[in-house]
Write a protein that binds this ligand. Sequence first.
Ligand SMILES: [Cu+2]
Length: 292
Amino acid sequence: MRLSTTTFTDGIRHSRQARSFNRAGGSASPAILFAFLLILLVAATVILFAAHVYPAPPPISRDAVLVDRQYNLTLYATGAAFLLAQLSLAYAVLRFRDRGQKARFVRGSVALEILWTSLTLFIFVGLGILGRRAWAEVRFTPPTSGAIQVEATTNQFVFTFRYPGMDGKFGRLDPNLINAPAGNPLGIDPNDPAGGDDIVVSELTIPVDRPVELLLRSQDVVHNFFVRELRLQQDAVPGMIIPVHFTVDQVGNYDIVCTQLCGLAHYKMHSLLHVVSQFEFETFLNHQAIAQ
Ligand SMILES: [Cu+2]
């Protein structure tokens, strides 16, 4: 009995010693595991981007090339910051892991705070200034002379495009006259002579290598005009006419989609952009003028 009591208390003392030894020495495994997972995550992210797993379709305008350039620049700058931050974190986790040492309160460094805050500010403002050309030129500068004007009207859940016709003038619109089943989805006023030759179609046809100015409108909620190959995504807002302009340098057919969640059938709000030769464009206009 005496012997067994001694063995029991000895056992407790030994296990307490073992625990305090562990506490004093810390444990490396959680830190190693965390650092390993972090490096794995960073490597997987870099490989995903570098391998171009989801490549964008080739750009079809000069502005689209500028957007791509800006995108890559932003990706390199933020990618470098991401790599640096995550690898530093992995290093810090390993270097300052629990070795049984006492925790120490660190106030930080004002100089370092100022340095990385101004560096971040400099990089972000710099990227914004560099990106201004790619983004603002399409929207805030007028198109070059001779641009073809096309009006793009959105509503749940269709795109409608209007060409001004031979007179080069759009007819007056009256919301009270909107009647899609009767063939007037835009509400063109029949009493305005400028509207008599307007061409209204559900797909956008434009000539290659000619500047096009698109006037975006919406009849109900906020929609969006997005063509991946143009790298152009612009909201259409009710009550506003939003101009954007571009020049496509490659013949082809491209998808136009709405990227604003505009209602239950948003997923099927879709149209097509046909980029054709100047001759085919004129033929298209003539055919439509006769048909309408
Ligand atoms: Cu929509």
